[in-house]
Design a protein around this ligand. Sequence first.
Ligand code: SAM
Length: 266
Amino acid sequence: MKRRKSAREFDKYAYYRKAVQSPEMDCEFISDTYKELRGTRPRVLREDFCGTFAICCEWVRSHKDNKAIGIDLDPEPLNYGRQNYLTELKPVQQARLKTYQASVLTAQVPKVDVIAALNFSFYLFKSRLMLRHYFKQALRGLKGKGLLIVDCFGGPSCMEAQEDKTKIGGFLYFWEQKNFNPITHEALFHIHFKRKGEAKREKVFTYDWRMWSIAEIREIMMEAGFTRTHCYWEGTKRNGDGNGEFKRAEDGEECDAWVSYVVGEA
Ligand SMILES: C[S@@+](CC[C@H](N)C(=O)[O-])C[C@H]1O[C@@H](n2cnc3c(N)ncnc32)[C@H](O)[C@@H]1O
Protein backbone atom coordinates (compact mmCIF):
# COMPACT_ATOMS: atom_id res chain seq x y z
CA MET A 1 0.00 0.00 0.00
CA LYS A 2 1.22 3.49 -0.82
CA ARG A 3 2.18 5.41 2.32
CA ARG A 4 1.29 9.11 2.47
CA LYS A 5 4.49 11.13 2.93
CA SER A 6 4.63 14.30 5.00
CA ALA A 7 5.71 17.34 2.99
CA ARG A 8 9.11 17.57 4.65
CA GLU A 9 9.92 13.85 4.74
CA PHE A 10 12.99 13.22 2.61
CA ASP A 11 12.25 10.65 -0.10
CA LYS A 12 15.63 9.97 -1.71
CA TYR A 13 14.20 8.04 -4.65
CA ALA A 14 11.77 10.85 -5.50
CA TYR A 15 14.65 13.33 -5.66
CA TYR A 16 16.76 10.83 -7.63
CA ARG A 17 13.94 10.45 -10.12
CA LYS A 18 13.60 14.22 -10.64
CA ALA A 19 17.36 14.71 -10.88
CA VAL A 20 18.59 11.86 -13.07
CA GLN A 21 15.80 9.72 -14.52
CA SER A 22 13.83 10.20 -17.72
CA PRO A 23 11.94 6.93 -18.32
CA GLU A 24 9.83 8.35 -21.16
CA MET A 25 12.86 9.43 -23.17
CA ASP A 26 14.60 6.12 -22.38
CA CYS A 27 11.64 4.07 -23.65
CA GLU A 28 11.39 6.19 -26.80
CA PHE A 29 15.10 5.71 -27.50
CA ILE A 30 14.90 1.95 -26.87
CA SER A 31 11.89 1.49 -29.16
CA ASP A 32 13.19 3.78 -31.94
CA THR A 33 16.64 2.18 -31.93
CA TYR A 34 15.17 -1.31 -32.24
CA LYS A 35 12.91 -0.12 -35.06
CA GLU A 36 15.87 1.44 -36.85
CA LEU A 37 18.05 -1.67 -36.58
CA ARG A 38 15.41 -4.43 -36.78
CA GLY A 39 12.52 -2.88 -38.69
CA THR A 40 9.85 -3.59 -36.06
CA ARG A 41 8.99 -2.37 -32.56
CA PRO A 42 10.30 -4.43 -29.62
CA ARG A 43 7.69 -5.69 -27.19
CA VAL A 44 9.60 -7.42 -24.38
CA LEU A 45 12.09 -5.34 -22.40
CA ARG A 46 14.47 -6.36 -19.65
CA GLU A 47 15.77 -3.55 -17.47
CA ASP A 48 19.04 -4.63 -15.84
CA PHE A 49 20.14 -2.92 -12.59
CA CYS A 50 16.54 -1.66 -12.57
CA GLY A 51 16.50 -0.13 -9.07
CA THR A 52 12.98 1.30 -8.73
CA PHE A 53 12.18 -0.07 -12.24
CA ALA A 54 10.82 3.24 -13.52
CA ILE A 55 11.67 2.26 -17.11
CA CYS A 56 9.76 -1.05 -16.82
CA CYS A 57 6.71 0.86 -15.58
CA GLU A 58 6.85 3.36 -18.43
CA TRP A 59 7.41 0.51 -20.93
CA VAL A 60 4.24 -1.40 -20.01
CA ARG A 61 2.29 1.87 -19.74
CA SER A 62 3.32 3.01 -23.22
CA HIS A 63 1.85 0.11 -25.25
CA LYS A 64 -0.79 -2.52 -24.55
CA ASP A 65 1.41 -5.35 -25.85
CA ASN A 66 4.59 -4.33 -24.03
CA LYS A 67 5.99 -6.59 -21.32
CA ALA A 68 8.85 -5.82 -18.95
CA ILE A 69 11.21 -7.65 -16.64
CA GLY A 70 13.27 -5.76 -14.06
CA ILE A 71 16.31 -7.22 -12.30
CA ASP A 72 18.08 -5.74 -9.29
CA LEU A 73 20.03 -7.18 -6.37
CA ASP A 74 18.76 -4.70 -3.81
CA PRO A 75 15.30 -5.19 -2.26
CA GLU A 76 15.08 -1.55 -1.10
CA PRO A 77 14.64 0.17 -4.50
CA LEU A 78 12.56 -2.78 -5.74
CA ASN A 79 10.13 -2.35 -2.83
CA TYR A 80 10.06 1.41 -3.40
CA GLY A 81 9.11 0.83 -7.04
CA ARG A 82 6.41 -1.65 -6.02
CA GLN A 83 4.89 0.81 -3.52
CA ASN A 84 5.25 4.02 -5.52
CA TYR A 85 5.41 3.34 -9.28
CA LEU A 86 3.71 -0.02 -9.79
CA THR A 87 0.65 1.26 -7.90
CA GLU A 88 0.29 4.06 -10.46
CA LEU A 89 -0.34 1.48 -13.21
CA LYS A 90 -3.64 -0.16 -14.15
CA PRO A 91 -3.96 -3.84 -13.14
CA VAL A 92 -3.64 -4.95 -16.80
CA GLN A 93 -0.38 -3.03 -17.05
CA GLN A 94 0.90 -4.39 -13.74
CA ALA A 95 0.24 -7.91 -15.01
CA ARG A 96 2.72 -7.36 -17.86
CA LEU A 97 5.58 -6.42 -15.51
CA LYS A 98 7.68 -8.74 -13.37
CA THR A 99 10.63 -7.91 -11.11
CA TYR A 100 13.33 -10.22 -9.84
CA GLN A 101 15.58 -9.64 -6.85
CA ALA A 102 18.64 -11.27 -8.38
CA SER A 103 22.03 -10.61 -9.92
CA VAL A 104 22.10 -9.79 -13.62
CA LEU A 105 24.96 -12.29 -13.79
CA THR A 106 22.86 -15.27 -12.70
CA ALA A 107 19.14 -14.39 -13.05
CA GLN A 108 17.09 -17.04 -14.85
CA VAL A 109 14.43 -15.09 -16.72
CA PRO A 110 12.61 -15.45 -20.07
CA LYS A 111 14.39 -14.19 -23.21
CA VAL A 112 13.61 -10.66 -24.33
CA ASP A 113 13.81 -8.37 -27.37
CA VAL A 114 15.89 -5.70 -25.65
CA ILE A 115 18.00 -5.46 -22.52
CA ALA A 116 18.58 -1.90 -21.32
CA ALA A 117 21.26 -1.27 -18.69
CA LEU A 118 21.07 2.46 -18.07
CA ASN A 119 22.43 5.14 -15.81
CA PHE A 120 25.89 3.67 -16.33
CA SER A 121 25.24 0.80 -13.92
CA PHE A 122 27.58 -1.65 -15.64
CA TYR A 123 30.50 0.68 -14.71
CA LEU A 124 30.46 -1.26 -11.43
CA PHE A 125 32.19 -4.12 -13.24
CA LYS A 126 35.81 -3.06 -12.97
CA SER A 127 37.64 -5.73 -14.94
CA ARG A 128 37.42 -6.67 -18.60
CA LEU A 129 36.77 -10.25 -17.48
CA MET A 130 33.72 -9.27 -15.39
CA LEU A 131 32.32 -6.92 -18.02
CA ARG A 132 32.69 -9.61 -20.71
CA HIS A 133 30.98 -12.09 -18.38
CA TYR A 134 28.06 -9.67 -17.94
CA PHE A 135 27.77 -9.03 -21.69
CA LYS A 136 27.82 -12.82 -22.33
CA GLN A 137 25.01 -13.31 -19.80
CA ALA A 138 23.05 -10.48 -21.43
CA LEU A 139 23.50 -12.03 -24.88
CA ARG A 140 22.17 -15.35 -23.54
CA GLY A 141 19.08 -13.47 -22.33
CA LEU A 142 18.26 -12.05 -25.77
CA LYS A 143 16.05 -13.49 -28.51
CA GLY A 144 17.68 -14.01 -31.93
CA LYS A 145 17.25 -10.41 -33.09
CA GLY A 146 17.75 -8.90 -29.66
CA LEU A 147 19.66 -5.77 -28.69
CA LEU A 148 21.64 -4.80 -25.62
CA ILE A 149 21.53 -1.04 -24.96
CA VAL A 150 23.87 0.57 -22.45
CA ASP A 151 24.69 4.20 -21.79
CA CYS A 152 28.08 5.60 -20.96
CA PHE A 153 29.75 8.92 -20.22
CA GLY A 154 33.20 10.43 -20.34
CA GLY A 155 35.34 13.28 -21.57
CA PRO A 156 38.28 15.14 -20.05
CA SER A 157 36.16 16.71 -17.30
CA CYS A 158 35.35 13.20 -16.01
CA MET A 159 39.02 12.56 -15.41
CA GLU A 160 39.37 14.85 -12.41
CA ALA A 161 37.71 15.57 -9.09
CA GLN A 162 34.83 18.03 -9.51
CA GLU A 163 31.31 18.82 -8.38
CA ASP A 164 28.38 19.99 -10.54
CA LYS A 165 25.41 21.76 -8.98
CA THR A 166 22.01 21.89 -10.69
CA LYS A 167 18.89 23.67 -9.46
CA ILE A 168 15.80 21.55 -10.02
CA GLY A 169 12.34 22.78 -8.95
CA GLY A 170 12.98 23.73 -5.34
CA PHE A 171 16.10 21.72 -4.53
CA LEU A 172 19.75 21.47 -5.49
CA TYR A 173 21.21 18.32 -7.02
CA PHE A 174 24.96 17.77 -6.73
CA TRP A 175 26.94 15.28 -8.83
CA GLU A 176 30.36 14.96 -7.24
CA GLN A 177 33.28 13.13 -8.75
CA LYS A 178 35.52 12.49 -5.76
CA ASN A 179 38.58 11.29 -7.65
CA PHE A 180 39.94 9.69 -10.78
CA ASN A 181 42.74 7.14 -10.89
CA PRO A 182 44.51 7.43 -14.26
CA ILE A 183 46.14 4.04 -13.79
CA THR A 184 42.98 1.99 -13.20
CA HIS A 185 40.38 4.44 -14.60
CA GLU A 186 38.45 3.97 -11.36
CA ALA A 187 36.45 6.87 -9.96
CA LEU A 188 34.16 7.44 -7.00
CA PHE A 189 30.95 9.46 -7.40
CA HIS A 190 28.41 10.83 -4.93
CA ILE A 191 24.96 12.33 -5.32
CA HIS A 192 24.03 14.97 -2.73
CA PHE A 193 20.80 16.94 -2.39
CA LYS A 194 19.94 20.17 -0.63
CA ARG A 195 16.46 21.39 0.10
CA LYS A 196 15.78 25.05 0.83
CA GLY A 197 16.40 25.92 4.48
CA GLU A 198 18.03 22.58 5.21
CA ALA A 199 21.62 21.34 5.45
CA LYS A 200 23.06 19.59 2.41
CA ARG A 201 22.33 15.87 2.54
CA GLU A 202 25.67 14.31 1.69
CA LYS A 203 26.30 11.02 -0.12
CA VAL A 204 22.67 10.05 -0.63
CA PHE A 205 23.89 7.74 -3.41
CA THR A 206 27.49 6.58 -4.01
CA TYR A 207 28.97 4.82 -7.02
CA ASP A 208 32.37 3.15 -7.16
CA TRP A 209 33.00 2.73 -10.87
CA ARG A 210 35.48 2.11 -13.63
CA MET A 211 35.29 4.64 -16.44
CA TRP A 212 34.98 2.52 -19.58
CA SER A 213 35.63 4.04 -22.99
CA ILE A 214 33.23 3.55 -25.90
CA ALA A 215 35.94 1.66 -27.81
CA GLU A 216 36.46 -0.75 -24.90
CA ILE A 217 32.72 -1.33 -24.46
CA ARG A 218 32.30 -2.13 -28.15
CA GLU A 219 35.31 -4.44 -28.23
CA ILE A 220 34.17 -6.31 -25.14
CA MET A 221 30.65 -6.70 -26.56
CA MET A 222 32.20 -8.27 -29.68
CA GLU A 223 34.40 -10.55 -27.52
CA ALA A 224 31.24 -11.62 -25.68
CA GLY A 225 29.66 -12.73 -28.98
CA PHE A 226 27.58 -9.78 -30.21
CA THR A 227 27.62 -9.65 -34.01
CA ARG A 228 27.72 -5.86 -34.42
CA THR A 229 27.89 -2.82 -32.21
CA HIS A 230 26.90 0.81 -32.72
CA CYS A 231 27.57 4.05 -30.96
CA TYR A 232 24.76 6.60 -30.71
CA TRP A 233 26.34 10.02 -30.29
CA GLU A 234 24.48 13.15 -29.18
CA GLY A 235 23.91 16.07 -31.55
CA THR A 236 24.88 19.60 -30.58
CA LYS A 237 22.82 22.78 -30.13
CA ARG A 238 24.11 26.11 -31.46
CA ASN A 239 25.49 26.98 -28.03
CA GLY A 240 27.52 23.77 -27.99
CA ASP A 241 25.35 21.88 -25.47
CA GLY A 242 23.94 18.45 -26.26
CA ASN A 243 20.53 18.51 -28.00
CA GLY A 244 19.20 15.24 -26.57
CA GLU A 245 19.11 13.56 -30.00
CA PHE A 246 21.32 10.52 -30.38
CA LYS A 247 22.27 9.23 -33.84
CA ARG A 248 24.51 6.41 -35.03
CA ALA A 249 28.04 7.72 -35.53
CA GLU A 250 31.60 6.56 -35.97
CA ASP A 251 33.15 10.00 -35.60
CA GLY A 252 32.46 11.94 -32.40
CA GLU A 253 33.11 15.56 -31.70
CA GLU A 254 35.67 16.27 -28.96
CA CYS A 255 33.90 17.65 -25.93
CA ASP A 256 34.58 18.19 -22.30
CA ALA A 257 31.84 15.86 -21.10
CA TRP A 258 29.63 13.55 -23.12
CA VAL A 259 26.92 10.95 -22.68
CA SER A 260 26.39 8.29 -25.30
CA TYR A 261 24.71 4.93 -25.95
CA VAL A 262 26.36 1.72 -27.13
CA VAL A 263 24.14 -0.90 -28.73
CA GLY A 264 25.09 -4.54 -29.27
CA GLU A 265 23.22 -6.70 -31.82
CA ALA A 266 22.71 -10.37 -30.91
C1 SAM B 1 23.22 3.25 -10.54
S1 SAM B 1 21.88 2.30 -9.84
C2 SAM B 1 20.83 2.40 -11.25
C3 SAM B 1 19.39 2.16 -10.99
C4 SAM B 1 18.49 2.37 -12.22
N1 SAM B 1 18.96 1.63 -13.38
C5 SAM B 1 18.35 3.81 -12.57
O1 SAM B 1 18.52 4.17 -13.70
O2 SAM B 1 18.07 4.61 -11.73
C6 SAM B 1 22.58 0.68 -9.91
C7 SAM B 1 21.68 -0.45 -9.44
O3 SAM B 1 22.35 -1.69 -9.74
C8 SAM B 1 22.03 -2.64 -8.74
N2 SAM B 1 23.02 -3.75 -8.85
C9 SAM B 1 24.33 -3.74 -8.54
N3 SAM B 1 24.91 -4.92 -8.86
C10 SAM B 1 23.93 -5.68 -9.42
C11 SAM B 1 23.89 -6.99 -9.97
N4 SAM B 1 24.98 -7.76 -10.04
N5 SAM B 1 22.71 -7.45 -10.44
C12 SAM B 1 21.59 -6.69 -10.40
N6 SAM B 1 21.58 -5.44 -9.89
C13 SAM B 1 22.72 -4.94 -9.41
C14 SAM B 1 22.05 -1.83 -7.46
O4 SAM B 1 21.30 -2.47 -6.44
C15 SAM B 1 21.42 -0.51 -7.93
O5 SAM B 1 20.04 -0.49 -7.72
